[in-house]
Design a protein around this ligand. Sequence first.
Ligand code: NAP
Length: 246
Amino acid sequence: MRGIPSSALILGGTREAAALAARLSDLGVPRVLTSLAGRTVSPEMPAGDLRIGGFGGVDGLASFLRMENFDVLIDATHPFAATISQNAVEASALTGTPYLALRRPEWQAADCDNWLSVASIRDACDTIPASARAFLALGRQHIGAFAARDDVHFIVRMVDPPETALPFRSCDLVIGKPSADVETEAELLEAYRITHIVCRNSGGEGAYAKLLAARDRGLPVIMIERPPAPGGRSHPSIDALLAAFN
Ligand code: NAP
């Protein structure tokens, strides 16, 4: 791409997408439209315009791009949102709309970390040893997959209480958000005598403290790796992405 675009469609749903919308607006891009899937009831208003809801697959997204004639399509969705990212690459190819991805780097294990890398939630479930006390550091939509493990005690943290009972034979529910403070996360590991953490390799700083706390304690982390990226140019930061316009 050459120069700052006149219009950008940002596929959002992440902090990075909101920050990018703000940066592009600050740079004077006349039209910045953020698209959200609609999973959050009252999303924060990004800088620029907002639309909410699916496009209707690749064809729907391609029609939208043709109709609205955006200079660039920027995929700033969560690294585990694989369908919309694949759709974005394909719709970009169909319409000739330049495509850029903003994707936060994966967390990397240090030599002293004890990570067990797995490819899926199902593999993670199979990897937990019997009698473990496993902290499911996962969104609530993913925890049901672990219900069959009635030989494991689960610790689940949720921001809001669940509407229905958790599907486990044995579990503790912690109401609260992930903390960015390592000591706070260490206290949780200690208080619930956690023996394993199960999480996805989302990257970013917000949920990293628990991994540092696990490192300090030599605790095993069952790390669900990302789905393969769909191709196209990917940038690890907003600055790197903006540099692509020069
Ligand atoms: P997904 O499986 O890749 O997408 C499912 C469908 O949701 C897509 O086919 C698309 O519908 C619609 N969609 C997704 N993102 C959209 C967007 N930004 N704008 C318009 N439509 C969108 O995604 P997901 O895992 O359900 O995640 C949904 C959204 O939540 C994403 O935007 C993502 O950034 C955000 N998010 C996801 C996670 C996660 O763990 N997956 C975590 C934090 C935030 P159509 O085919 O009809 O277009």
